[in-house]
Design a protein around this ligand. Structure first.
Ligand code: TYM
Length: 330
């Protein structure tokens, strides 16, 4: 019996944070045991905001090394660089012909980014969710493990699959999201009303997967908790709630057990232990990353194998799509 297909992607547009890890990447290696997993390094998406070419190239290797350091195994999963498989762009064009301007202009991420980059309001920023839908639909994906911020984009992918199927006959699977409840949205350490983001200007608002122990200790120490010094897990104390979610995700202890353990104490010991848990959890990943990032030849071999596996699958779908829309095949 064929396994169900899982697909996800990460942009190589900055150093990855523990938000990327807990919201998505941590789950990738678990899923590869039961599903046919396909993980993209979404470099085509990255150029929707200005990039320095050599940094983008370097970060592409970095994301690949991080995927593998997080136990994504290229023998079990397909790991590839999006720009190596041009079918993504081909399907994106076809899907844009059935995408409505109205729906795209309602995408919250587009509206946020448009506000921040008025002088660079390029067309790719607008059509970004169509390319993401193409990434997903090309592989007949069943499940997409992502953070909460991608929910609306995934809805669009579903809408486009349904619209295409009803216009041209059954072609695409309609994918479901896999968004984790506690860690689908990890918030900024400085402002628990916004998500932790690698593009934030305040470096104390996020923890990078490659931060050293001293930096992690400092950032956790400075993380905002609430003036109410009562230790509990509540929406009224979003700063503390976010830290407990991070603790829970790294330690695998339940929220109830964590609250019991620190009830009645000041935040100091909790923060000290939290920093320790993050440091210990990231250490094996960082060690493996350091080993892999120096082996460029191996990383390129993985990229090449991944591109050829992904291309084979993507080509099957694009041929079907081209036939259905009426392009002549020779
Ligand atoms: P990107 O590169 O911004 O983020 C990668 C993954 O990390 C999740 N994430 C978070 N999860 C929890 N808390 C946070 N603070 C947090 N910040 C980021 C994101 O939800 C994402 O799962 N468009 C995508 C990349 C992409 C993609 C795809 C994903 C391209 N094609 C196809 C799935 C399927 C993006 O920009 O993710």
């Amino acid at each position: 019996m064929n396994k169900k297909v899982v697909l996800s992607g990460v942009q190589p547009s900055g150093s990855l944070t523990i938000g990327n890890y807990l919201g998505a990447i941590q789950n990738f290696s678990k899923l590869q045991e039961d599903y046919e997993c396909i993980y993209a390094i979404a470099d085509l998406h990255s150029i929707t905001v200005p990039q320095v070419a050599k940094d983008l190239r370097r970060r592409t290797y970095e994301v690949l090394a991080l995927y593998m350091a997080c136990n994504v195994d290229p023998e079990k999963s397909t790991i590839f660089v999006q720009s190596h498989v041009p079918e993504h762009l081909e399907l994106s064009w076809v899907l844009s012909s059935i995408s409505y301007m109205g729906q795209l202009s309602r995408m919250t991420q587009f509206k946020d980014k448009a506000k921040k980059s008025e002088e660079n309001l390029n067309a790719a920023l607008f059509t970004y969710p169509v390319l993401m839908a193409a990434d997903i639909l090309l592989y007949q994906t069943d499940f997409v493990p992502v953070g909460e911020d991608q929910r609306q984009h995934l809805e669009l992918a579903r809408d486009l699959a349904i619209r295409f199927n009803s216009k041209y006959s059954e072609t695409f699977k309609v994918p479901d999201n896999l968004i984790r409840k506690e860690t689908g949205k990890i918030y900024s350490l400085k402002d628990p009303s916004v998500k932790m983001s690698k593009s934030s200007e305040d470096e104390n608002s996020y923890i990078l997967m490659l931060d050293d122990p001293k930096t992690i200790e400092r950032k956790i120490k400075r993380a905002v908790t609430d003036s109410d010094a009562h230790f509990c897990y509540s929406d009224d104390q979003p700063g503390l709630k976010n830290l407990i979610n991070i603790y829970q995700a790294f330690s695998n202890e339940s929220v109830e057990d964590i609250v019991k353990q620190y009830e009645g104490e000041s935040y100091g010991p909790f923060k000290k232990d939290l920093a320790e848990i993050i440091i210990e959890s990231l250490k094996p990943i960082q060690d493996e990353y350091s080993r892999l990032i120096n082996d460029k030849a191996f990383l390129e071999e993985v990229m090449a194998k991944g591109a050829s596996k992904a291309s084979y699958l993507a080509n099957k779908t694009i041929r079907k799509v081209y036939r259905k829309v009426g392009f002549v095949q020779i």
